[in-house]
Ligand binder design. Structure first.
Ligand code: 13P
Length: 393
């Protein structure tokens, strides 16, 4: 792509003259040894498609349904409504989600767990086909989860780089068009320099490998809500994490136009006594992102992280009150699925009502993406927080 793989030649002199606001400015630059310096970001066979995928997901008024719970986490969700963690129950639940009529009006992408990418509905259609029929791009969680990071302050790192190239190539063949890798950073446990560097480097390697195999990567360093810290501390940690992430993304020649971000919102720790209004959360979060994220990135798709359904939607709405350099939207799991599960209760006769509950949440977040949401008339249940200390996804 011409716009991406650009070549820029620098002058060999050490001084550039120019004008700024009418005043002459002199800028010293280091003289490069060669006359031409190539600034090719990358030139892979999928570049155009990666950009298209990321921009399709970042469509106005749309966001992502994260339904990539591992089988163990899906089991916890099913258990909360009295169901056993069997493949048939996981299939029934995921089928309910992907066959929701008109879901594509509000949802542009759905992140799947590997089992779902290869799974069919009870009437024999693949889950992937159901999503495509609804105009929703299928995505895939590709990380292999968190393990203790030795030498750190009880922090963790995210596994999954071994064999990732062949796995992502197979996922693309199976219909996936984007990917997700979730690593976490804990504020109460540090975060140590080691944990932040490991998280950022892992995300950058993952992103590069995904792009090489046709999947637009969602870059997700989740800053956990756990802790008593105030919003200023979260801002400080988030700023540090994102600066390292972008440093390593650039070092790995990742095509920024073909990625999506999945940040945590900048909020006080879950156990902090001072709470923040949606306007404060929006101001802190957007300030942080504007300082760290280049406008080449098409979309910022927030995780909900244990906020209540309504809180996550109100915060997103506050962030869309004025234009942003990127599409600012959602990629929620808990904040889209909680009322769905409670309505379904595992009963076939409740499927339709549960699908309606999903549409209610998807539409609310679609309106929030457009900055037009009001919490008026929201059910009390949708206002209940879902934070779980030490949550594992
Ligand atoms: P939550 O919205 O429940 O925090 O999940 C986010 C996530 O990473 C799922 O992909």
């Amino acid at each position: 792509m011409a716009a991406v793989g650009m070549t820029m030649s620098l002058r060999s002199s050490t001084t550039l003259k120019g004008e700024f606001c009418g005043a002459a400015v002199r800028q010293s630059v280091a003289a490069p040894k060669a006359a031409n310096v190539a600034f090719a970001v990358r030139a892979g066979q999928y570049d155009d498609e990666l950009v298209k995928t990321a921009n399709t997901i970042a469509t106005k008024g749309k966001g992502i349904l994260a339904m990539d719970e591992s089988n163990a986490t899906c089991g916890k969700r099913l258990e909360s409504i009295g169901l056993e963690n069997t493949e048939a129950n996981r299939q029934a639940y995921r089928q309910l989600l992907v066959t929701t009529p008109d879901l594509g009006d509000y949802i542009s992408g759905a992140i799947l767990f590997e089992e779902t990418l290869y799974q069919s509905t009870t009437d024999g259609r693949t889950m992937v086909d159901c999503l495509n029929a609804n105009g929703i791009l299928p995505g895939i969680k590709v990380d292999k989860g968190l393990v203790p990071l030795t030498g750190s302050n009880n922090e963790s790192w995210c596994q999954g780089l071994d064999g990732l190239a062949s796995r992502t190539a197979a996922y693309y063949k199976q219909g996936a068009r984007f990917a997700k890798w979730r690593t976490v950073v804990s504020i109460p446990n540090g975060p140590s320099e080691l944990a932040v560097t490991e998280a950022a480097w892992g995300l950058a390697r993952y992103a590069s490998i995904c792009q090489d195999n046709g999947l637009s990567p969602i870059v997700e360093p989740e800053i956990l809500l756990d802790g008593e810290h105030g919003i200023d501390r979260t801002l400080e940690v988030a700023s540090k994490v994102w600066s390292k992430v972008f440093y390593f993304l650039a070092e790995n020649n990742v095509l920024f136009e073909g990625i999506l971000l999945k940040p945590s919102m900048v909020t006080p720790g879950a156990e902090c006594k001072d709470r923040a209004t949606p306007e404060q959360v929006a101001e802190y979060t957007l300030n942080m992102l504007k300082r760290r994220v280049p406008p080449a990135v098409p979309g910022i798709m927030f995780l909900s992280g244990g906020q209540s359904e309504v809180e996550a939607t109100l915060n997103l709405n506050a962030m869309n009150q004025s234009p942003n350099p990127w599409h600012v939207s959602f990629s929620y799991a808990r904040a889209l699925q909680n009322s769905v599960l409670k309505t379904w209760k595992g009963q076939p006769e409740n499927v339709e009502a549960a699908q309606k509950a999903l549409l209610v949440r998807a539409k609310a977040n679609s309106l929030a993406q457009l900055g037009k949401y009001s919490a008026e008339g929201e059910a009390e249940e949708a206002k209940q927080g879902m934070f779980v200390k030490g949550y594992t996804y």
